[in-house]
Design a protein around this ligand. Structure first.
Ligand code: TRP
Length: 378
């Protein structure tokens, strides 16, 4: 795990270690999410090294580019929660909550917007590329979408997060958050916690390509393997869409590993145990790769093995998902309870912020005396 950002915060040593991470609920989660973030969240959850772990279902953020389709977001909240629970996120250890039910996040966003210039947001590389990707450059840019980095700073600071596990593409968001924290603390006094990003260590975790070899799994490209896909669909994706090495025409030909999607997936998922069980001719992936490079190892064998590895990974997740899906009442209560807890935390941060800004007019009656004093002087 790589933690970026200097540890300059004075409270840091005695500080509780708090994680916040989140997802936009715009679709079911796929193998790319699993390899890049879900697996690690479960490891962090079970490491015992954190005082608090929170996962935010960022439905408000999802609306910033889906304003015309709130039904899609509403539907996918349940998909995302089921995906979390099925990979091993344990509601006893991790708080799962819904962004739109946390009004403190909206209020914080409103205050933080005054601490950031439009020029600064425009320079945010993630915002820049997302504006291109979504065609907002031509169509016109919704203000809400433009300021989502500021709302993400509100998310992170509201939970007093010290560590934010995210994909590399989110680093500019954490950087922007750190700037907001520093600015806030400078203007209003030491109030907010300075967070650090935690990004995946290796290349395979960072970005699992789509089954078609395109850089990213994406619903619109149809190149995903979803955690909830059935075995037939998984097999179809691998056999139908995954290419290997176009120069590896005959089995005896030497093959290439680089850019070979089957091996990229094996890199991300397979263990020595998988070899012992399904392909005992090799002790590990290195031996298999060596044989492929030398020639004599067919693509069919490689794909068959990958399908077995995928099944071994996905079958328990699928089973767990089916169990939770049969008890949506309980899932609803988990989400409701997580959101209730998160509301306490985020409301407390908002109160602290308003106190620091001295806009906590109704927290007590102290201001009556101040106003009386002021009026006497007029
Ligand atoms: N922007 C993040 C993504 O698209 C989702 C997100 C929203 C998030 N709020 C967050 C991530 C707070 C970490 C912390 O993946």
């Amino acid at each position: 795990m790589t933690v970026t950002g200097a540890g300059r915060h004075s409270m840091e040593k005695t500080q509780k270690q708090i994680i916040l991470t989140g997802d936009r609920p715009t679709g079911r989660l796929h193998l790319g999410h699993y390899v890049g973030s879900l697996k690690r969240r479960v490891e962090l959850q079970n490491s015992g090294q954190f005082d608090e772990i929170n996962i935010l279902i960022a439905d408000d953020q999802a609306l910033t580019d889906n304003a015309d389709n709130p039904g899609k977001i509403r539907d996918n909240i349940i998909n995302v929660v089921l995906d979390y629970l099925s990979v091993g996120i344990d509601p006893e250890k991790t708080t799962i909550c819904v962004q739109s039910a946390l009004p403190a996040l909206h209020a914080l966003t409103f205050y933080y917007m005054n601490l950031v210039t439009t020029a600064r947001v425009s320079r945010n590389p993630t915002v820049k590329s997302e504006i291109q990707l979504r065609g907002f450059a031509d169509e016109g840019l919704p203000v809400g979408f433009f300021v989502y980095p500021i709302s993400q700073a509100a998310d992170i600071t509201a939970f007093n997060a010290t560590v934010v596990p995210v994909g590399e593409d989110q680093l500019p968001m954490i950087e922007q958050t750190r700037e907001i924290v520093e600015k806030f603390n400078k203007v209003y006094g030491e109030t907010l916690v300075l967070p650090k990003a935690m990004i995946p260590e290796n290349e395979t975790q960072r970005r699992l390509p789509g089954v078609d070899g395109k850089a990213k799994m994406s619903k619109s490209l149809g190149n995903c393997i979803y955690l909830s896909d059935d075995p037939k669909t998984v097999k179809k994706q691998v056999n139908g869409k995954m290419f290997t090495d176009p120069t590896h025409l005959r089995i005896e030909d030497p093959g290439h590993i680089e850019g070979n999607v089957v091996f990229t997936y094996l890199d991300a998922l397979c263990t020595d145990g998988h070899f012992a069980e399904y392909l005992p001719a090799y002790a590990n992936l290195e031996e298999m790769k060596d044989h492929y490079r030398r020639g004599g190892l067919g693509d069919g064998v490689c794909k068959k093995f990958l399908i077995q590895v995928l099944e071994e990974t996905l079958a328990p997740i699928r089973a767990e998902r089916a169990k939770w899906a049969a008890d949506i009442d309980t899932v609803y209560d988990i989400l409701k309870e997580g959101t209730r807890k998160a509301r306490e935390t985020t409301d407390a941060t908002l109160a602290r912020v308003q106190e620091a800004m001295r806009i906590d007019y109704f927290a007590d009656r102290r201001i009556i005396g101040e106003w009386e004093e002021l009026l006497r002087k007029i």
